[in-house]
Design a protein around this ligand. Sequence first.
Ligand code: NAI
Ligand code: 15L
Length: 268
Amino acid sequence: IRFGRILLTGAAGYLGREMRPRLKAYCDQLRLSDREPMAPATEGEETIVADLADRAAVLALLEGVDAVVHLGGVSTEQTWEAILDGNIVGMVNLYEAARRHGVRRIVFASSNHVTGFYRQDEVISPRDPVRPDGFYGLSKAFGENLAQLYWDRHGIETVSIRIGSSLPAPTTRRMLATWLSLDDTERLIVTGLTAPVVRHTVVYGMSDNATSWWDNTSARHLGYRPQDRSEVFRHQLEAAQPVLDRDDPAVVHQGGKFVQDGPFFRGE
Ligand code: NAI
Ligand code: 15L
């Protein structure tokens, strides 16, 4: 499947920059957007600076778009105001603009922090109740619920990917379970864009890791087959962090240090 125009939000961010060259292969035109400046457009690209909280700007952003890869928004525990703008108001603006322009498919970068307060000794699936580990995770849970609403009411399909840790290699022992390689990130996003019927499907964004807390049957059902494994990094990660404090909340919980992170918990 090749799309006419894909919109990639969050294009100035880490994953946006990584996915930009990869997504070009799947469309004639890649529309890139962020509120921060992006590298200049090359052939087959267009760049539009827009704040997701700006309803009119987002409405214009979705014009002529066939599918959206929505990476834009706050990606860590930050102030409530920043989260509200990027992840709550921004999501509503995006889906409302998608509805008005007849966009049929969105891949939404949700986060494992939607369920970050489950323990690392529990295996959960997207069917378990959400258990956010902060306002950030809570805002991603809102995003998933919004996607469900826009499927139920308006027939817009979404794959919500609860991304674990997407980076070139795992850097902590926790990431033995949460790692999602960049190649597998591309595979899962492309699966989300091209699977024939998805309705609103929630999946975890993880590679084929030996250690796993997430039943990812829903991703397999869509046709996602991860090719990378964190196991090849186990030896070096265990050597670097030989002892884990079993009473440390960041070791106990799936969300890791996010369970204590940010202004939310410091009461600032
Ligand atoms: P990032 O923080 O590097 O990129 C996010 C981008 O969104 C930034 O360029 C930022 O300028 C933009 N943005 C924030 N608020 C905005 C607003 N109000 N209007 C317009 N643009 C705004 O994050 P990263 O790592 O690239 O993640 C991309 C997405 O994937 C995020 O939604 C994040 O929550 C999600 N995710 C990423 C994970 C990872 O391991 N990298 C793990 C779980 C989720
Ligand atoms: C996230 O949601 C963050 O966006 C990312 O920076 C990582 O810290 C990741 O989760 C993680 O849990 O490792």
